[in-house]
Ligand binder design. Sequence first.
Ligand SMILES: C[S@@+](CC[C@H](N)C(=O)[O-])C[C@H]1O[C@@H](n2cnc3c(N)ncnc32)[C@H](O)[C@@H]1O
Length: 248
Amino acid sequence: MSSEARDRNRDAWNAERYDSWVKAIGTPEAEAKHLVANPRHVPRRLLPHLGDVAGKTICSVQGSHGRVAVALTLLGAEVTVIDFSEENRRYALELAQAARVSIDYRVGDSLEADKLGLTFDAVVMELGILHYHRDIARFFEVMRAITRPGGTMLINEFHPVQRKLFGTLEPRDYFNTALTEGDVPNPTGDGRTLGKCTLRFWTLGEIVTAVIGAGFRVERLDEHPDWTDAKIPGTFTLVARVPSGETS
Ligand SMILES: C[S@@+](CC[C@H](N)C(=O)[O-])C[C@H]1O[C@@H](n2cnc3c(N)ncnc32)[C@H](O)[C@@H]1O
């Protein structure tokens, strides 16, 4: 995104966000109890591809309220979140404190994650990440830079076929490359608009090509049925690795 579009998206992701999470998920103290009781539930779509996470360094890219990060930390990982929302950070840090674990939450643009000077055993992201980026090739170059040689990048994301052809996007054009304006997600269900985002929806081919172009080796691409219409793809999981022996 241009810096203007990024700032607009960031403002939208800060508007009433902490209160929205409390309303939708519960207080950090209440949600921490769920995570502690069953830390495998929230990251259940990621865990089958990560092996034993204990002792691993993991980056939760655009990790939002931090539920994935806190759950992975409870399972023994050392987790860093990169997300540009201060309000998300507030919820996530209170969640971690209530769960009696510690996470490293960096507020900033994920497109600049390579400037942190960190590399990770695994870089994970899920459900609502890629459409915030206008230069997807650059995005995956940055993800490649923060994944250590032999490390894994894991994306569980909404399927472009569902988003572009069966969702609320107009026009229904799989190959539409235009930027789109959309409401920032409001998890409370009260129907109010919390802010507008500038979005770019990618085809599956564009996503996979950008991952390969950044130097990853794609190991799996699984497509999953839509949660309400099992005849169409709703999400996908892409597992990619940085070949061992390559420098970051
Ligand atoms: C739909 S959420 C993804 C949340 C994910 N499903 C989870 O459970 O952790 C999108 C997240 O991306 C963040 N975001 C969007 N664009 C970003 C950017 N350029 N840099 C950093 N964070 C960004 C938002 O603040 C938000 O937390």
